[in-house]
Design a binder for this molecule. Sequence first.
Ligand code: DX5
Ligand code: ZN
Length: 215
Amino acid sequence: MKLIAPSLLSADFLNLGRDIEMVNRSEADWFHCDIMDGRFVPNISFGIPVVQAISQLAEKPLDVHLMIVEPEKYFEAFAKAGADIITFHYEASKHIHRAVQQLKALGVKAGVVLNPHTPVAVLEDILCDLDLVLLMSVNPGFGGQKFIERTYEKIRKLRTMIDEQGLDTLIEVDGGVNTENASLLFGAGADVLVAGNAVFKSDNPEETIHLLKNN
Ligand code: DX5
Ligand code: ZN
């Protein structure tokens, strides 16, 4: 699968409606919403009321990436705000299995995120319960950072684990994705690419989305 999820963290917040409509018109598949709490990551982004506003205009699924401590406390609020997919960090939760069941009970798709230092092997016994795995290809907290090359190897390893278990879990990659590395990432086995700066800081965001998806 080759899906593109533009990250609204890099959108123009003074013209958020315009940027959402651009994504609606484009070949993008999901809206990626980055939630940061200033504790799990050294930055604060936006929260529940903003996600709710986005959901009113967005015509594609909302992929909500929680970079927060105690993510379980907020699952229900983000689901009610319109999230279709919720991912939370492996490093932020002690009871991943329980948290995944909580997300399923709320009727949203469930994913676990791994920081660059966390090996994919830690997911071996939970993979069958996950709709997707999000591999961070930068350290979470900021848009516009440099892609970590080691990610290709992690994608390949995770692809092998998913195929060996006969699962349809999606692999999503987030951070430093651009029109240069997109086809290599899909080739390594990624299904969904998140792109912030590459899309919203480009001269022609719609065309960039087309290139990310079709190169
Ligand atoms: C980083 C966020 C990313 C970020 C990606 O912590 O999780 O989703 O918005 O931005 P780019 O594509 O600019 O690296
Ligand atoms: Zn993200």
